[in-house]
Design a protein. Structure first.
Length: 357
C-alpha cells in the first residue's frame, strides 16, 4: 500500500487518497468536521497549500462540503449527486466486499486502496458495500444510472445467484479469486504459487515437500492441487483438510511423516499450522522449512517470519477496475479468467535441507 501511495505524482496525493478511501468505506463520522489544515499538514507532513488542494479536489468530487464558520464536512452518501450515465463522462462503480476475518484486513484493504486510488486518478466514482447488501438496491441503482458496474471481491458459493442476477439484468460484473460461469474474474496465478514455491524448496535441497490444502472445491485449492501433483508424483505428503475436522490432530499426523518442507495453501490455514509446529517442538528452518501461500499477520509477525508467496492485491484491484470499464463498453468481449502473478517473499522460515540420520 505504501509503495502505491508514494508513487503519486502530487504532493497532496497521500492525503487525498487516504481520505477518499475512508470516506467511501464509511469509516469517518459524518456528523463532525474533518481535521483542519494545520492538523492535516502535521499528520501527513505536507504544506497547508497541499492540504488545501487535496480538500478542494474532494469538494469538487462531491465528497466534502465547506460550511462557513463550522469547517469542512463529509457529505453523507444519500446526499451525494449520482452521475448521469447518459449525459456524463463519469463512470461509477460499487465494490462489494465479502466479510472476512479481521486478521485478514490488510488483504482486503490493499485491494480497496488500489481501486480507490485508481478511481480517484481516472475520474471514477466508487462506493463500497458488504456482501449482505440488498441486491434489489443494486439493480435499482443501475437502472437509475447511479452505477455502471460491480466488482465483487472474493464471493462465496452463496453469492453466485446474486452475481448471476446482476448479469441477467445486464449489469457489468467482475469477480476476484472465485470464478462464476460467464463472469470475468481476476485472480492470482494459483498454479504458479505452487510451482515457484516447490522450485525454491528444491533449490534448497528439499525433496520431501508437503502441501497442506483446503478440502474446498473452490478454484484456488483445486488449482494448487493440480500444480502440486504435476511436479510431485506422490500423494504421501499431500493433505486436504476440512475446516470442521480435528485440525490440529490431522496436521500433527502429517508432520510426523517427517517432511523436510511444508507449503501451507492459504492464509486461513497458517496460524493453526504454526501452533501445531510449536506444540511438536519443531524449529522453523532447522527442522522444517515453511512457505505460506499468501501473506498475513500470522506469517510476517511469527518468530521467525514465514516465507510467503504473496498475492498482488494492488495489481488485482487495478485490473478489476480496468476490466469493468472494458466490460461495460464491450460486454461480449470480456469473459474468462485473468491471472495476476504474485511475489515470492523469502523470509527466515526457509533454509537448506539438512541431512537426516
Amino acid at each position: 500500500m505504501k509503495k502505491l501511495i508514494q508513487r503519486d505524482a502530487n504532493v497532496y496525493g497521500p492525503l487525498e487518497n487516504d481520505l477518499r478511501k475512508r470516506i467511501l468505506m464509511g469509516t469517518v463520522d459524518f456528523s463532525k468536521p474533518i481535521l483542519g489544515e494545520i492538523e492535516f499538514s502535521k499528520v501527513y507532513g505536507v504544506s497547508r497549500e497541499s492540504v488545501r488542494k487535496a480538500i478542494s479536489k474532494l469538494v469538487g468530487d462531491g465528497l466534502l462540503e465547506r460550511v462557513k464558520g463550522r469547517g469542512t464536512y463529509i457529505i453523507p452518501p444519500e446526499r451525494r449527486s449520482p452521475p448521469q450515465k447518459s449525459s456524463s463522462n463519469k463512470f461509477s462503480i460499487i465494490v462489494i466486499e465479502t466479510l472476512i476475518n479481521r486478521d485478514f484486513s490488510d488483504y482486503r484493504d490493499s485491494f480497496l486502496e488500489s481501486v480507490t486510488v485508481y478511481c480517484g486518478r481516472n475520474n471514477i466514482q466508487m462506493k463500497c458495500a458488504d456482501a449482505d447488501i440488498d441486491c434489489s438496491s443494486v439493480l435499482k441503482a443501475y437502472k437509475d444510472g447511479e452505477i455502471n458496474g460491480v466488482i465483487w471481491d472474493m464471493p462465496d458459493e452463496k453469492h453466485r445467484a446474486a452475481i448471476h442476477s446482476f448479469a441477467e439484468n445486464h449489469i457489468p460484473v467482475v469477480t476476484t479469486n472465485r470464478h462464476v460461469d460467464g463472469i470475468p474474474c481476476v485472480c492470482p496465478d494459483f498454479q504458479t504459487e505452487i510451482i515457484d514455491s516447490v522450485s525454491l524448496l528444491k533449490d534448497l535441497g528439499h525433496s520431501d515437500i508437503a502441501l497442506l490444502n483446503s478440502a474446498s472445491n473452490e478454484m484456488p485449492y483445486l488449482e494448487r492441487e493440480k500444480a502440486y501433483f504435476n511436479i510431485i508424483n506422490s500423494g504421501k505428503f499431500y493433505l486436504k483438510i476440512d475446516h470442521n475436522s480435528d485440525f490440529s490432530g490431522v496436521i500433527a499426523r502429517l508432520l510426523r511423516e517427517n517432511p523436510s518442507a511444508l507449503i501451507v495453501g492459504g492464509h486461513a490455514l497458517i496460524k493453526k499450522t504454526l501452533d501445531v509446529i510449536r506444540s511438536l517442538k519443531l524449529r522453523l528452518r532447522e527442522d522444517i522449512s515453511v512457505i505460506c501461500v499468501n501473506d498475513c499477520p500470522a506469517a510476517y509477525n511469527n518468530t521467525p517470519p514465514v516465507t510467503v508467496f504473496a498475492e498482488n492485491r494492488v495489481k488485482a484491484g487495478i485490473k478489476c477496475t480496468e476490466l469493468l470499464r472494458e466490460t461495460a463498453h464491450s460486454p461480449a468481449t470480456q469473459t474468462g479468467t485473468f491471472k495476476i502473478k504474485g511475489d515470492l517473499i523469502w523470509r527466515q522460515s526457509c533454509g537448506p535441507a539438512l541431512k537426516r540420520t
